[in-house]
Design a protein around this ligand. Structure first.
Ligand code: UD1
Ligand code: UDP
Length: 356
């Protein structure tokens, strides 16, 4: 049984679902944390993943409301289905809810994307990661750095280095997305000229000073900026009176499907974001990235010279987007595109009863 609920989890689940589907029965549970068509349905339409077998309808709310609703609604399902393994992805409230249920019901819990740490305890995802890792039995780490983090917390014996499932997903998507050559023109920008941007972290979206510095910086960038707007950010732009200025100076669009996003990324000259997944996707497609944060869990992208951490400093954002010049060579810290197969093999060797 796999638990997903927010946009990046649909992407992460795809390669694992495909690999699981070859030999096993998987039941996908959608918590309903994301429910808008463009944050949820579009991924099930485009991606090679099964439709959810169960919808928990949790929706939006405080962290306590969301997490406790996942726990309360998922627990009876897991209890009844008695799955061989409960697979969780990433670091959202849906992930943490799943971890609590699995641990309490003594089901084997597998955490995909284990061991990531920003070192910032005030970040909601950091708490979700730490608690989920400690409650899980199988920790699937995407990188060496993640393995080291787990070792430091005494979790090394539960951990396996498998590579990054988002890289697996990208290898599939980029071939499909490459056929969507007109996507830049659809948004009125020139391929190879524009910047693709996303903003959704509460630290940026919910802080008027930071959000306005980010918008001002993007407005000053040459070649145009396409910004698919996350609903949290849409509300914030309206609330802070920034919407009109942003709409005048940037190309604001609704969140797009994964394939359109990958096509937009592939056509961009650079990427500006505070997303975890998008930092890596920029790296996979060899697009320089500028990140509106002071730290990142994906330190390899920075060490390799392909990602600049600029916070919400207007000047630093403009300079980094103007002068981006990553090295020609790129290391491969995210595996070989077969992370999902490794995950399934590990699950099989832990739980022989999973054979159907
Ligand atoms: C969540 C995750 C974050 C992840 C992000 C991916 C947590 C704590 N945060 O953040 O780690 O990076 O998803 O995008 O789990 N909303 C809608 N429609 C929707 C969903 C949300 O309008 O379908 C609006 C609601 O006003 C809601 C707000 O967006 O209050 C935030 O949604 P929520 O899921 O709570 O957090 P995200 O910011 O999306
Ligand atoms: N993404 C998408 N459409 C968009 C913006 C992002 O399909 O308009 C995809 C992106 O390709 C990546 C994932 O969503 O796979 C990242 O999700 P998000 O930035 O919301 O969350 P994070 O990775 O920060 O947790």
């Amino acid at each position: 049984m796999s638990v997903v609920g927010a946009r990046p989890q649909f992407v992460k689940a795809m390669p694992v679902s495909r690999a699981l589907g070859e030999r096993h029965e998987e039941r996908l549970v959608h918590t309903g944390q994301h429910y808008d068509e463009e944050l949820s349905d579009v991924f099930f339409d485009q991606l090679d993943i099964p439709r959810p077998a169960h919808e928990l309808g949790v929706g939006s709310g405080t962290h306590a409301e969301q997490t406790s609703a996942v726990v309360a609604r998922l627990a009876p399902l897991v209890d009844r289905a008695d799955p061989d393994v409960l697979v969780l992805y990433g670091d959202t409230n849906s992930t943490l809810g799943g971890a609590i249920v699995g641990a309490k019901l003594d089901v084997t819990v597998a955490h995909v994307e284990a061991g990531l740490r920003s070192g910032v305890r005030s970040m909601p995802e950091e708490i979700n990661r730490v608690l989920t890792d400690h409650a899980s039995d199988l920790l699937f780490a995407p990188t060496e750095a993640a393995v080291e983090n787990l070792d430091r917390e005494g979790l090394g014996d539960r951990c396996q280095l498998v590579g990054d499932v988002m890289y697996d997903a990208m290898l599939w998507a980029r071939e499909v997305a490459d056929q969507e050559t007109d996507v830049a023109a659809e948004y009125g920008v020139e391929r190879g000229e524009y910047v693709l941007a996303t903003v959704h972290r509460p630290r940026n979206a919910d802080d008027p000073d930071r959000l306005s510095a980010i918008v001002d910086a993007l407005a000053a960038v040459d070649g145009g900026v396409v910004l698919p707007v996350h609903p949290r950010t849409e509300r914030a732009l309206e609330r802070f009176g920034l919407w009109e200025w942003a709409a005048e100076s940037l190309t604001l669009v609704d969140p797009v499907g994964y394939l359109e996003f990958v096509a937009l990324l592939s056509g961009a000259r650079a990427v500006a974001t505070d997303s975890g997944g998008v930092q890596k996707e920029a790296f996979f497609l060899k697009r320089p990235c500028v990140t509106f944060r002071d730290e990142t869990e994906w330190t390899e992208t920075v060490d390799a010279g392909w990602n600049a951490l600029v916070g919400a400093d207007e000047r630093a954002i403009v300079d980094a987007l103007t002068d981006a010049s990553p090295p020609a060579e790129q290391p491969s810290p995210y595996g070989d595109g077969h992370a999902a197969e490794r995950i399934v093999s590990q699950i099989e060797s832990t739980e022989p009863a999973t054979e159907t």
